[in-house]
Design a protein around this ligand. Structure first.
Ligand code: ATP
Ligand code: MG
Length: 464
């Protein structure tokens, strides 16, 4: 049986009390049966959206065109509500994007038949405790098989995202894809570019952080889905790597992804970190007479290519910049790096929404560096990453300024000291001071900054 949170059960009781059918459907049934915590709870019902809204005054229409109403629940973990969706059938697929039109249905059966995989087509009636399994999903769940509902060619043709969802489920569950579904995915991989970047992004990022991401990427590559989603990676499949544990560049890349912590930004950067290697390779004869490959600027060119990929996948600007600069700096070597450089990264490295300094980005760089090193067949000891970590700890403990707001003087004081009024010159002076403080944090006192500002280069003296 399935353990349903009391708050979710209450929503179901309320609907059933008004005479409607209620079923839990999709990921929550699948995950509960596997003993995994569900990501969210989805309810399917014959009640139409206006009727659901009448029954739950606090509910909000969140996908009204597709019949979805979200009932907010306090203290529900995970998620912030139950999605109640009217039974429906997809009438047609427009541009392989999303169902063009949906029709509501009065019964559960057609709603289950439109679902992608048998393990996702299970429904559970929570009040009677009854499992509905029309597609033999329970067998597949027990055997660890991902199988399309109905004819795999037709189903993966009408929505190519399903192929990508299949490999995403491989990454999350460690399942294998049924041979006929696999055949269909391989034959239809060329249709993936019909999808919007956003839909590919959401599945790809979930794939990358899955516990079986390595297996899923190998499968995606074999099916042709990886190069359909990211054509830039296509040359890596045949590019020789010459590392003891990886014959091809793609295999090295996949091992690097697997060795990274499950953070979508680091793992996407790992997937793209050597993307420019094939095009920057130069063949050279070493004195030993053996041919060697040398690479010129694959970090710089790779960063540009990574930016293109992120753009196509519609990553938000912050995540894109974080990925791009990780690819850009993944080769940085010890001699370029001192505490001054680390402080500049703290001040300037791309930050995601809730990050106040660039520290998280530097930690991502260290993680990528460790993963790349391990995947290259080196042992776990990594002096470069250790030293960077050490410097990061020291820099974080300095209580230095990393933004102009952390400086011991503010804009008013700068205006006083320079005898100028408000204007862009104030900001320039503050930036100049910050730059000096990043080199030497001990300068960050009101007195020392007041003395230092006299050295502000003349070009910075505006007319005030
Ligand atoms: P979760 O996100 O909770 O882990 P999930 O992985 O099954 O669940 P969702 O994107 O939440 O994925 O979709 C919920 C359910 O909707 C799926 O279990 C499946 O039944 C159905 N579904 C989602 N996307 C598709 C699709 N492209 N084609 C057919 N059915 C789909
Ligand atoms: Mg879900």
């Amino acid at each position: 049986t399935i353990h349903v949170p009391a708050a979710v059960e209450a929503v179901c009781r309320h609907l059933a009390g008004a005479g409607f059918q209620v079923y839990l459907v999709g990921g929550c049934v699948r995950d509960s049966l596997l003993g995994r915590p569900p990501r969210d709870w989805d309810v399917a019902t014959d009640a139409r959206p206006p009727q659901v809204l009448d029954l739950f005054p606090e509910a909000r229409p969140t996908g009204i065109a597709f019949g979805t109403v979200t009932v907010p629940l306090q203290g529900l973990d995970p998620g912030d509500g139950v999605e109640v969706t009217t039974f429906r059938i997809d009438l047609e697929y427009r541009d392989a994007h999303r169902p063009g039109r949906v029709a509501f249905a009065d019964r559960l059966e057609p709603d289950l038949a439109r679902r992608d995989f048998t393990i996702n087509a299970l429904a559970y009636e929570p009040l009677r405790g009854e499992l509905v399994d029309l597609a033999r999903g329970l067998d597949d769940l027990r055997r660890g098989v991902i199988r399309a509902v109905g004819d795999p060619f037709a189903r993966l043709h009408e929505d190519p995202l399903r192929s990508l969802r299949a490999v995403r489920l491989v990454a999350e569950l460690g399942f294998r894809i049924d041979p006929r579904t696999r055949q269909a995915a391989r034959a239809l991989a060329g249709r993936l570019p019909l999808l919007s970047g956003e839909r590919i992004r959401d599945e790809l990022l979930r794939l990358l952080v899955g516990p079986h991401a390595g297996r899923a990427l190998r499968e995606a590559s074999w099916l042709g889905l990886l190069s359909a989603a990211i054509p830039e990676l296509a040359p890596a499949r045949a590019f020789p790597q010459g590392k003891p544990n990886a014959r091809t560049l793609l295999e090295h890349v996949i091992q690097t992804v697997s060795a990274c912590p499950p953070d979508p930004v680091v793992r996407l950067a790992a997937l793209l970190h050597d993307v420019a290697k094939p095009q920057t390779a130069q063949r050279q004869w070493a004195p030993s007479g053996r041919e060697r490959l040398t690479f010129y600027g694959h970090d710089v060119e790779g960063a540009v290519m990574a930016g293109d990929v992120c753009q196509r996948l519609k990553l938000d600007r912050r995540r894109r910049e974080a990925v791009v600069s990780l690819v850009r700096w993944h080769m940085v070597s010890g001699s370029d790096l001192g505490k001054k450089a680390v402080r500049r990264w703290m001040a300037q490295a791309p930050r995601l929404e809730d990050e106040e300094t660039g520290e998280a980005w530097v930690r991502r760089l260290i993680a990528l560096r460790r993963a790349d090193h391990l995947a290259s067949g080196h042992g776990p000891e990594n002096p470069f990453a250790d030293r960077l970590e050490q410097m990061l700890a020291e820099v974080a403990a300095e209580a230095s300024a990393f933004t102009v707001h952390d400086l011991a003087v503010d804009g008013h004081r700068v205006m006083e000291l320079l005898g100028i009024g408000p204007g862009p010159e104030v900001g320039r002076a503050l930036s100049w001071l910050l730059d000096r403080v990043l080199d030497d944090p001990s300068l960050n006192t009101p007195e020392r900054l007041a003395g230092l500002i006299r050295e502000l280069p003349p070009a910075h003296h505006g007319q005030g």
